[in-house]
Design a binder for this molecule. Structure first.
Ligand code: MEV
Length: 333
């Protein structure tokens, strides 16, 4: 049996604009997804995920499955069958498997990149089981195609970096070549503290990413200018993050939230309410994280303010999570 885990992620800056080749800062969080894989004596592949349910098929049936487009993901576990099928094809490894998945990330809470954490931990476990020596730096190339299909046809794949390699990372996707490449820079260790606020409003990345894309298709100039402004914030954010200036980082997070809400229209009244509550309770800054229109927000706090910020988020109707940030990426347990 092999056991692995991979962390969820938050965006300090740059969700959505990162899909359009602007820089973003993503960080791994202390809430992890865990995978256990056991080889079976027969040829069945069984996936059992706490929260997402159970599905199984035999290897022959898996080989016949076509996962060619976002629409081909009919079941929530289809991306994992797609990953297992691809792993078998690319590595030559094949076996009946029992795959069990559990997570600290509440399965309803969008915005903590739980789908990327699942992909990373399952790939990590397959890699360990089959002894294929895939390096974490190669996870992007492996997982990007699944991320695109999960996100409805367009994705940056940025969270693959934080969930596989951990830490704080500046990422920028470069689509100029034959295959998209993610340029990444690890920002080292820092002592920042966050509180995550879950709006409890379910949202689907596969709806929000195409929503922004349809606006961009109609008016590339205006949207391009918005993406540029967010990209500039991410760049400035990197400087202050490196300098340990939480106040400046927080101010820029507030600015990034404002643009996401006003210009891209991906906030939600509850996200705004939780962000306002966090700021009033003393957070350095707060913003929605991930695709938006629901899901979660992230507040940058200090040891002194974290309790009050968490309480303010709860009083404003959210569910607060105090968790670490900048943690280790995928690992064997
Ligand atoms: C979703 O978690 C983050 C987005 O930027 C989409 C992506 O980067 O693929 C909205």
């Amino acid at each position: 049996m092999v056991k692995t885990s991979a962390p969820g992620s938050v965006f300090f800056f740059g969700e959505h604009s990162v899909v359009y080749e602007r820089p973003a800062i993503v960080a791994a969080i202390g809430m992890r997804t865990r995978t256990e894989i056991v080889k079976r004596g027969d040829d069945r592949i069984s996936i059992d995920s706490v929260g997402y349910g159970k599905a199984e098929m035999n290897i022959r049936e898996l080989e016949r499955r076509e996962y060619t487009s976002p629409e081909s993901y009919k079941n929530i576990l289809d991306p994992l069958f797609d990953l297992i099928k691809t792993f078998f094809q690319k590595t030559g490894f094949s076996s009946g498997l029992d795959v069990r998945i559990s997570s600290d990330i509440p399965y309803m809470a969008g915005g903590m990149s739980s789908s990327t954490a699942v992909l990373s931990s399952v790939l990590g476990a397959l890699n360990q089981l089959a002894g294929k020596g895939i390096k974490t730096g190669e996870f992007f190339d492996w997982l990007y195609p699944f991320q695109v299909k999960i996100h409805g046809g367009k994705a940056s794949g940025s969270e693959i970096t934080s969930s596989s390699m951990g830490g704080y990372n500046v990422v920028r996707i470069n689509k100029s070549g034959e295959r998209p490449k993610l340029e990444k820079k690890n920002l080292g260790r820092h002592e920042y503290m966050i509180v995550i606020g879950d709006t409890k409003v379910e949202r689907q990345t596969k709806e929000t990413v195409p929503y922004v894309a349809s606006g961009w298709e109609k008016d590339k100039e205006s949207y391009g200018a918005v993406f540029d402004r967010i990209g500039k914030i991410a760049k400035e954010g990197e400087k202050h993050l490196m300098a340990g200036d939480a106040r400046k980082v927080g101010e820029l997070m507030n600015q990034n939230h404002e643009i996401l809400a006003r210009d891209l229209g991906v906030s939600h009244p509850r996200l705004n309410r939780l962000a306002d509550a966090a700021r009033s309770a003393g957070a350095f800054g707060a913003k929605l994280s991930g695709a938006g229109k629901g899901g979660i927000m992230v507040a940058l706090v200090s040891e002194k303010t974290k309790g009050a910020v968490a309480k303010a988020i709860e009083n404003a109707g959210g569910k607060a999570y105090m968790t670490k940030v900048g943690v280790e990426g995928v690992r064997v347990e």
